[in-house]
Structures are given as structure tokens and as C-alpha cells.
Design a binder for this molecule. Structure first.
Ligand code: FNR
Length: 392
């Protein structure tokens, strides 16, 4: 039902006083109708609440949790909330253009769907449902190395461009082969995640005894001994069999030598690392703290962004993720110099609640909120979103 139905319930003609001896929650009373409407899912926090209600505890804890005390998890949100906007009025906003050209391709709006692992925990069709929802909403989806459906199957089903996210596996021949598979499947860019030589202390996962259920596996790693095994470190071991703790800048040069699509590094917070990445020949940088799941007490990504943007000085695109839940968050990120943004948990909540439709709805809601934020702040194009959008 349309959200405006709430108003409609209150503006219809006054009815006679209800007989209070009867159950006034009967469905034909305007009040009961209104009550129902308040449970409608209309924004991203609604999807989050509903996902928590429908998911098994283990899946929810895996999805929602952060590292250790979850301070960075909180800051990722709080820092957006603290930023205030400085609007301009009486600008003709009848035409809004949210298009962005990235690596020679036009994206209809400046956010992508970040790589998230193990989506069959959230929906029976897992990543296949996400691919369908992303395609319906024209969103670019970044496939995770740790998807529970093989990348080739996902690429065959996709109606919209895909990117691929890579973790360097201790088996370098396998890593190289996986990149080849992603490129052969027409993934348009490669994101190497560099903030995870080991996992962080994710205590929510530990408490709910996170494990992939039987029959679910890291489908891209099929054939390897580690495809289905636990990659959670045990109490005295911090290393994972599927993440190489030996990876260094040398490996970026190695990767660069056979990667024929744009290569981005995800998980940069320090401007010195951004500089080093550019020296190593990467095509883009993603300011990310892995959704606050790895090293607790690093800054919120929106706080780390400006220094990285200043250091990069326009040489390559700088993307940012972490805590984005509103169109105004995207406006703020772009104002502080991001070329584009990514969302993680929100679309996974959409997947959990409504499958492909939920993924598409999350994208469409955010897109609509961004358009509203642009119109209401008097900025009609992405180019017009500059630091003056922020109230200092
Ligand atoms: C992630 N993230 C992630 N990143 C990555 O490079 N490879 C991966 O496989 C995963 N898996 C993953 C699973 C889940 C459940 C979450 C929540 C996150 C991190 C992800 O790409 C992104 O950086 C964050 O999710 C962004 O923060 P928000 O939007 O979730 O606040």
C-alpha cells in the first residue's frame, strides 16, 4: 500500500464515534488501518529492523556485527549524523542528473553494491537473488570472492555489469586463476581487499557459533581443501586458510601485471597507503574499514575520506563505504570528495526480507533519497556537489 494511505486514513470524513464496547482494532476502523501502515517498510532502517526479525540469529549476528567493542561500527554512523548540510534555495531543480562516468562506463547513480560474503545465509537463492535485484534496479554489484554461488553462474544470470572482489589466497596460482575467471566472466573491474590479512575479533559471530551450514560453501573456491572448511581462526590462531597474511605491495605489482580491467584497492584509510597504491599503478581507491568488522577504533570512513582525497588529488577515483544509510549520506560523501560510494549491509537486509525485490527496493529508496537531497540542497548535478554543501 502506498505510504500516503496514512494521510488518507486521517482525511476521510469523520465517522460516528466508534462503539468502544467493541474491539476498536477491527480492520474497518481508520485507526486500525493507520496502525497497519506504520509497520510498512519504507526506508533502509525499516529493512534493517525487518531483517533482524526474519533472519536466524546466527545470520543476523554475522551480518550486523562489527569488531570487538563495535566502536568504529557506531562511529561509521555517528560521523554522518554529525555532518550538517548547507542548502541553497531558488535553484531550478526540475532536472536532476545523478549519472556518473566511472572507468569509461556510465552509472545511473553514484553508488554500488559492496561485496558481501555468504548470501545464501540470508536468502535461499543467495547471490542469484541479489544479481536479479541489482539488475532490476540498474545497480552495479561487486561479487565477493566468498560468494555461495559460483561467479560464472552469477555472471550468466546478470543483466547489469558486475565487478569482482578478490582476497589474495595463500595459493597464488589459484588467485591468478580466479582473476582470470572473473575477467573471462566479463566482470568489469577488480577490487582487491587489502584490509584483511587476518579477520578481526568478531564476538557476535563467536557467540552465535558462526559456521556455514552443511551444503553451503565458498563456491569460487570449489575443489580447494578450504572451500567448505571454517575460516574462522580458533582461539590461539589468528590466521585463516583462505586469506594470505604475507601479501605486500609486491603482490599489487604482480596482480597489476595480468589484470586487464581496472584494479581498485579496498580498505585504504591512511593517505600514505593511498599514495603508495597510486605508485603501484592502481586505478582506484576505496576508503573502507570493512564495515567496521576488522580493526576496531579506526576512524569512521567519512572522517578518513578528506585526507585521502587531498593526497590523491584527483589522480584516480576515490570511493567510500561504511555506514551509508541515507541519500543525505551519499550527498555528504560526494561533498567531501568521494567519486562514488558503496553500500553493504542495507542491500543484504533487502535480500533477507524480500529477495530480489528487496534488493531493488533498497537501491531505489536510496536513489530517490539522493535525488531529494540534491533538489532540497539546490544541487542538480554531481559536479555541483562540492564542500560548500557541508555546514561548517
Ligand atoms: C562484508 N564486507 C566484505 N568486504 C569484502 O571485501 N569482501 C567480502 O567478502 C565482504 N563480506 C562482507 C560480509 C558482510 C556480511 C558485511 C556486512 C560486509 C565489507 C563490505 O564490502 C563493505 O565494506 C561494508 O559492508 C560497508 O559498510 P556498510 O555499508 O555495511 O555499513
Amino acid at each position: 500500500m502506498h505510504p500516503d494511505a496514512i494521510t488518507v486514513a486521517y482525511t476521510t470524513q469523520l465517522r460516528p464515534m466508534p462503539d468502544i464496547s467493541k474491539d476498536n482494532t477491527a480492520p474497518d476502523t481508520p485507526l486500525a488501518a493507520t496502525k497497519k501502515e506504520t509497520t510498512a517498510i519504507v526506508d533502509l532502517p525499516d529493512f534493517e529492523r525487518q531483517a533482524k526479525a526474519v533472519l536466524p540469529a546466527m545470520a543476523w549476528d554475522y551480518l550486523a556485527g562489527g569488531a570487538a567493542d563495535e566502536l568504529t561500527l557506531r562511529w561509521n554512523r555517528e560521523s554522518y549524523d554529525r555532518l550538517r548540510l548547507r542548502p541553497r534555495v531558488l535553484v531550478d531543480v526540475s532536472e536532476l542528473d545523478t549519472r556518473l562516468t566511472l572507468f569509461g562506463k556510465v552509472l545511473p547513480f553514484p553508488f554500488l553494491l559492496a561485496p558481501t560474503a555468504y548470501q545464501r545465509l540470508m536468502h535461499p537463492d543467495g547471490e542469484l537473488a541479489t544479481v536479479a535485484g541489482a539488475g532490476a534496479a540498474e545497480a552495479t554489484l561487486v561479487l565477493s570472492s566468498f560468494s555461495t554461488v559460483a561467479l560464472e553462474t552469477l555472471a550468466a544470470a546478470a543483466t547489469h555489469p558486475l565487478w569482482f572482489q578478490l582476497y589474495i589466497n595463500p595459493d597464488r596460482a589459484f588467485t591468478r586463476d580466479l582473476v582470470g575467471r572473473a575477467i573471462a566472466a566479463k566482470c568489469q573491474a577488480l577490487i582487491l581487499t587489502v584490509d584483511t590479512p587476518v579477520l578481526g575479533p568478531r564476538y557476535r559471530e563467536l557467540r552465535s557459533a558462526f559456521a556455514l551450514p552443511p551444503g553451503m560453501e565458498r563456491a569460487n573456491l570449489k575443489g580447494m581443501a578450504t572451500a567448505a572448511g571454517a575460516h574462522r581462526p580458533t582461539e590461539r590462531n589468528i590466521f585463516s586458510a583462505v586469506l594470505d597474511p604475507r601479501a605486500t605491495w609486491k603482490d599489487i605489482e604482480w596482480l597489476r601485471s595480468f589484470t586487464t580491467v581496472p584494479l581498485l584497492l579496498k580498505g585504504i584509510l591512511n593517505p600514505d597507503d593511498a599514495e603508495r597504491a597510486i605508485q603501484a599503478g592502481v586505478d582506484g581507491i576505496i576508503v573502507s574499514n570493512h564495515g567496521a568488522r576488522n580493526l576496531d577504533t579506526v576512524p569512521a570512513t567519512i572522517d578518513a575520506l578528506p585526507e585521502v582525497v587531498a593526497k590523491v588529488a584527483g589522480r584516480v577515483p576515490v570511493l567510500v563505504d561504511g555506514g551509508i544509510r541515507r541519500g543525505t549520506d551519499i550527498l555528504k560523501a560526494l561533498a567531501l570528495g568521494a567519486t562514488a560510494t558503496l553500500i553493504g549491509r542495507p542491500y543484504v537486509c533487502g535480500l533477507a526480507v524480500e529477495g530480489p525485490k528487496g534488493v531493488a527496493r533498497v537501491v531505489n529508496i536510496l536513489r530517490r533519497e539522493l535525488e531529494m537531497a540534491m533538489a532540497l540542497s539546490g544541487r542538480t548535478t554531481l559536479a555541483a556537489i562540492d564542500p560548500s554543501v557541508i555546514w561548517r
